[in-house]
Design a protein around this ligand. Structure first.
Ligand SMILES: Cc1cc2nc3c(=O)[nH]c(=O)nc-3n(C[C@H](O)[C@H](O)[C@H](O)COP(=O)(O)OP(=O)(O)OC[C@H]3O[C@@H](n4cnc5c(N)ncnc54)[C@H](O)[C@@H]3O)c2cc1C
Length: 277
């Protein structure tokens, strides 16, 4: 059975069908974990090959159905609402479709680290970046064998990785318990030591550029005369007439400020991730 020797919070992050989980190097410590809000591992996912997918293996599906899988949970009463979407996800999770998606996603994922590096520098948060790779552990040979397609695609995409035995993995990370059979080290993956602090640094930079951050319940969105309105801690916020859903959360003044901030930012960001309006 696929599994890992690292905290369950990481296992959840690794997605619905992933047989692995990641451990950013160097050593994982309680102190690192304490800084991570809500369990986000802080991995910058540029090394992801496949998207999360619907489990096609009946045993994996049964484990989820019986709520025995750490990577997925569900509420029975909610299933009918998401059933159409789940069926589409299942269709998109056929091996050939996954490969197609992986090819389409690659240019976007390849930009993840450079984009974050630029933003971290701009936000003065470079100290949180760790370019020490990502070590994924596999408890069983079967779980490792299931990686074949992913590793072949990674090779095709020019992504480096090293397949390791337990000794090789423990050379990198001596504190690992010897409860796994195989490991893969992705040396060019990077992570941040404190995702909350990085988010706060980005938010501060956004504000410095003229962006406005307000707190409110998105469910309070409603029609008020000719406007869309949302209630915030700072009072009601109206979208300008004719504004769409996304604009509804921005008053004209804030929206204009954001546009200016975005325009200034756009001038420094390379395509394809620059803001488009
Ligand atoms: C345990 C764990 C580990 C992970 N590790 C990684 C990782 O290492 N690397 C990685 O790339 N991804 C990781 N992820 C995934 C990543 O965290 C998510 O994909 C990402 O946070 C999604 O961003 P989002 O903005 O769409 O949603 P969220 O980050 O969930 O943000 C949604 C926000 O909306 C707020 N909200 C909800 N309802 C309302 C409402 N009615 N009104 C106003 N606000 C509302 C929520 O409070 C929340 O702040 C991890 C996820 C988990 C659960």
């Amino acid at each position: 059975m696929p599994s890992c020797s690292v905290p369950a919070s990481l296992a959840r992050q690794s997605g619905c069908i992933s047989p692995s989980t990641g451990l950013p190097l160097p050593s994982w410590t309680a102190a690192h974990r304490a800084k991570r809000p809500y369990g986000n591992a802080g991995v910058i996912e540029g090394n992801t090959v496949f998207p999360p997918a619907f489990p096609l293996d009946p045993i994996a599906l049964l484990r989820i159905a019986l709520k025995r899988a750490p990577e997925a949970n569900y509420q029975l009463s909610f299933l009918p609402h998401v059933a159409p979407w789940l069926m589409k996800l299942r269709a998109a999770s056929r091996p050939e479709r996954l490969i197609e998606t992986a090819r389409l996603m690659r240019p976007l994922f390849a930009r993840a680290l450079p984009e974050h590096e630029a933003l971290l520098a701009e936000a003065g948060a470079e100290r949180f970046l760790r370019k020490t790779g990502w070590l994924k552990l596999y408890r069983s040979d079967r779980a490792f064998e299931a990686l074949k397609r992913e590793l072949a695609l990674a090779q095709e995409f020019g992504m480096s990785y090293h397949a390791l035995d337990p000794d090789g993995a423990r050379d990198l990370e001596p504190s690992l318990a010897p409860v796994f059979r195989r490991a893969v080290h992705w040396p060019h993956a990077a992570s941040v030591t404190n995702p909350l602090a990085v988010t706060q640094a980005y938010a501060a930079r956004f504000a410095a550029l003229g962006g406005v951050v307000m707190r409110g319940n998105a469910r309070s969105l409603h029609r008020a005369n000719a406007h869309w309105r949302i209630e915030t801690a700072e009072g009601p916020l109206d979208a300008p007439p004719g504004g769409g859903g996304a604009r509804a959360v921005c008053p004209r003044r804030a929206f204009t400020a954001r546009r200016h901030a975005a325009a200034r930012h756009q001038a420094r960001l390379p395509p394809p991730l620059s803001w488009r309006r």
